[in-house]
Design a protein around this ligand. Structure first.
Ligand code: SAH
Length: 341
């Protein structure tokens, strides 16, 4: 049976109309689910008995179990148990502009980026939309906060689970439900070009972030398997087209790895690659993990890299470091848990 948390308002409306009921029933149900946060159809007391029975025959309420929590001053990390005993993580970050939740989109990941902890455990399966929605609901319930921003930067590659991710965004963005503004939602991809093209025609103003991490194919090939399928030129073409069609600014994420992609030449090459594009670069201090050899660049190197981009008129920020103390680097908590560490 399908989880009610994975049903978009539109689908629920179609469901009601198909069963001979008025469309507005769907909004009533959404109100109970996401504004009042009830946990059973029975509690929806302005909904008639026959409708409740119909809902019970077709949909279920499901849950995620909080298996572990880990926290620091500005960050809180959750490990969730899914109904089939798989596990995923979500990380809540407290910013001055609100609470941002980083959610997972798959159990494991097949993209195989050399520096990333998530990929050490291969993809077991995609997350269903309801399992993404519930990451938000459970955390809001657990600590009684309102999550204002959602980033799809946890475990998994969102564009390797495209349909469920889009359905998820439609659900959380709906004004009758959780009502997270589209500009407060960010999808991050390692560069699955066909899906970037598809996303270009998606009708919501959701932010797009690209994990670039290298200014040329030679370095990117070594770091990211996806670059063997889609070269930087092809990737950049798809992004330029995205910007042209959507008129939206794209974020490039760039992890600073000591001696690998952090030289002055790399900074110059990156500036040339991005010149004139409506974009900004987020330099990310690498979160070191015990299993992977890469080292983070020194603060001095990061600042020099930053300066070169600035001088070349590239918008650039250095990401504040979150969660390294609480194994919040992508996939760390889950990987440690699975290995019994
Ligand atoms: N698969 C998607 C989203 C998940 S990864 C993507 O690749 O964009 C989210 C971001 O965290 C990516 O930019 C990824 O490259 C980065 N990341 C992975 N491991 C990291 C680490 N140890 N330290 C810092 N950033 C990391």
């Amino acid at each position: 049976m399908r989880s009610i948390y994975g049903i978009s308002l539109k689908e629920l409306e179609t469901f009601f109309v198909g069963n001979g009921y008025k469309k507005f029933k769907a909004k009533q149900v959404y109100d109970w689910l996401y504004k009042k946060r009830v946990k059973s159809f029975n509690e929806m007391y302005n909904v008639s008995k026959s409708v409740i029975e119909l809902l019970e025959e077709n949909f279920c309420f499901n849950d995620l179990e909080i298996l572990a929590k880990n926290e620091d001053i500005d960050v809180k990390k959750y490990l969730f148990g899914l109904s089939d005993n798989n596990k995923v993580e979500a990380v809540l970050m407290y910013h001055d502009y609100g609470n941002s939740l980083c959610i997972s989109t798959q159990v494991g990941c097949n993209m195989g980026c050399a520096f990333c902890e998530s990929g050490r455990l291969k993809k077991v399966r995609n997350l269903e939309s309801h399992e993404m929605v519930l990451q938000i609901l459970k955390i809001e319930e657990d600590i009684n906060v309102r999550i204002s921003h959602v980033v799809l930067m946890g475990i998994g590659e969102p564009f390797d689970n495209y349909d469920n991710v889009i359905n998820f965004i439609n659900i959380i963005n709906d004004n009758n439900g959780i009502a997270l503004g589209s500009r407060h939602i960010t999808v991050s991809t390692c560069g699955v070009v066909p899906k970037i093209k598809e996303f270009t025609n998606y009708d919501k103003q959701v932010n797009l972030a690209i994990s670039l991490h290298a200014p040329n194919n030679e370095i990117r090939d070594k770091l990211m398997n996806i670059n063997k399928a889609y070269k930087i030129e092809e990737l950049m073409d798809s992004i330029k087209d995205y910007i042209k069609v959507t008129n939206r600014r794209v974020t490039f994420e760039y992890i600073m790895l000591q001696g690998i992609n952090d030289t002055k030449d790399c900074a110059i090459e990156l500036s040339n690659l991005l010149k004139g594009m409506n974009c900004y670069v987020n330099l990310i201090p690498y979160n070191e993990t015990s299993h992977i050899e890469f080292k983070k660049s020194s603060q001095k190197t990061i600042l020099e890299f930053y300066d070169i981009l600035k001088k070349n008129n590239i918008n650039v920020t250095i990401r504040r470091e979150f969660g390294s103390k609480v194994s919040a680097a992508c996939g760390q908590l889950r990987a440690n848990f699975e290995e019994g560490l």
